[in-house]
Ligand binder design. Sequence first.
Ligand code: IVH
Length: 668
Amino acid sequence: MSDRKIKNQKDYINLVNELIEHDKHYYKETKPVISDYEYDLLLKELQAYEKLNPTQVLPNSPSLRIGEALTKGFKHFEHIAPMLSLANTYSKDELKDFIKRIFKLLEKEDVKFCTELKMDGTAISIRYEKGKLTRALTRGNGKVGDDVTSNVKTIKTLPLKLHGKDIPDLLEVRGEVFIHKNIFKKLNEKREDEGLDVFANPRNAAAGSLKLLDPKEVAKRNLDIICYAASNGEDFVSSQFEMHSFLKKLGLPISHENHFDLCKNIDEILKFANKIESVREKLSFEIDGIVIKVDDISAHKKLGFTGKSPRYSVAYKFASEQAVTTIKDITIQVGRTGILTPVAELEPVFLAGSTISRATLHNIDEINRKDIRISDTVVIEKGGDVIPKVVSVNFNKRKKDAKKFQMPKKCPICSSAVIKVEGEVASRCSNPNCSAQKLRKFIYFASKDAMDIEHLGIKVMQALVEKNLVSSPSDIYTLSAEMLSDLEGFKEKSINNLLDSIEKSKKCPFSRFIMALGIKYVGKETADLLAIHAKDIQNLKKLSKDELLNIEGIGEKVAGSIIDYFQDENNLHEIDLLLSHISLIKPKQIRKTDHAFFNKIFVLTGSLENYTRTEATNFIKERGGKTSSSVSKNTDFVLVGSEPGSKYDKAKKNGIKILDENEFSSML
Ligand code: IVH
């Protein structure tokens, strides 16, 4: 919990930057490092300062914006009506103030409120045209969202066609996409087995799943949705309470009838809140509070907005479940790329359905920021069911001899030097042969996004390493039934299952093979880019730094890491061994010579609505075209977005073919 106070403008600027960083963790990486509660406290403090010092308010202040950014790899479209956020409070008094304010603004006290669950997922806007689902957008920056239509269409409870007769020609439905707790738990267990990062909570899992590039993968996540609003500029229902039955009639999934209500006053609202809080644990999905909305929709316009939230509604949030315990020790976990993660070993404590004995401390900056020491009494919180974290320290209970934690200078597993890379918060073990790193690397190698070897999770891999059966990824392909029978509990069935999956993995798409190599900074997206550009492993090995930097989306750091990787003789030897077992499937190439873009030179000007510059450039290059920064007599096409610059005028003057975005899309 925050006990800071902004004292001056410098503190204010620092807090703005800190919150922007948190927005990035939350929205872009879907990996928040502080709890919602802590975030809300920081934001409140920021807002209080801004209220007192309106002239200092920075234009990029998180109080003025919706944090979520747009995502690479998706088209972007504008929402018909902007997607706003809700003012929220954890305090009864503030809730009472909200009610009083509404009475005052509407100049009456017989106001009804519709109370609903505040689903803890990710906001979605779904467009139906003539009853057909045509587009689904994430909130994005509130005005423009990521087009996740194909992914949303995988949600089984969501109709692709609306039901009934009186279907409006156009309808923009709003709702929350989420993942059920049991599915989330299984998903994380699987990811842990595969050595992948686990999701911090179901909300991140839902948001992360919606942003996967392959709808088939999204379908496996079994997402669900609850809708709570729809509009098209017309008032087809007069109250929010009726909205639910309107949506239901159209076949849209809404909250269970016990989970929304009509309340006349604060007492009824609090009663509803208590009822929901008492069943919260039993719900199959996460909620983080209730939402209170003025029921009369015609009053919404009258009430207007403050900043980025409408005045007609407020979220009354439940504090997350917390427990108090002590830190017995802080240990270190070594990851695949050598990153050392400090972990708090806790006095076991029961919290939200299970006993907690460990909590991640993320990194040393986080430990220092919260001033966490060994033997401290701390508040821990279960961020939505898994990965508990330390929220705050009770300094009143600090022991005099409470030891400050320092990152070790030597790796606790292999004793090699620990290094801190400039510009990174993390410390890393410098020894690529560290046994902990190796184990994590092998698990990563076998994981779903890489070689996808089923039945080869953390436990089996650990056993294989301990028995000296696997000391490099290629050893996996030399395993025999006889060798596997050496493993505890391995009988005929499990042996056959594992050998079958190993066999299956021998045919592998090139991009997944690149992923499996575990090159630092090369994730799925970069592996895809490399596969498309290099086409085969021999070319990939030979790519120069300049050639790598020429690939849109690859920068200095990534290029440097790829070069380092292929300069290492051991890596090259291992690749040869792997390829003596594995045959790579080449990426599907568009037959460039057949394409209208082949050998054509493009110039881009103005801002495109549906593609980022990088995306458009990649599309052109994949089809054999080239891009140039200035218009000349060699230019074949000028792709023009909104507010184009002088390149557009020059192209027009010289009679060069001008493409607008639609023409470009259809040529693609
Ligand atoms: S109404 C002006 N109703 O909470 C925004 N939102 O913090 C109108 N949410 O973006 C939103 N359950 O993702 C509304 N019953 C509910 C909700 C709900 C969850 C989410 C939604 C929204 C966020 C705002």
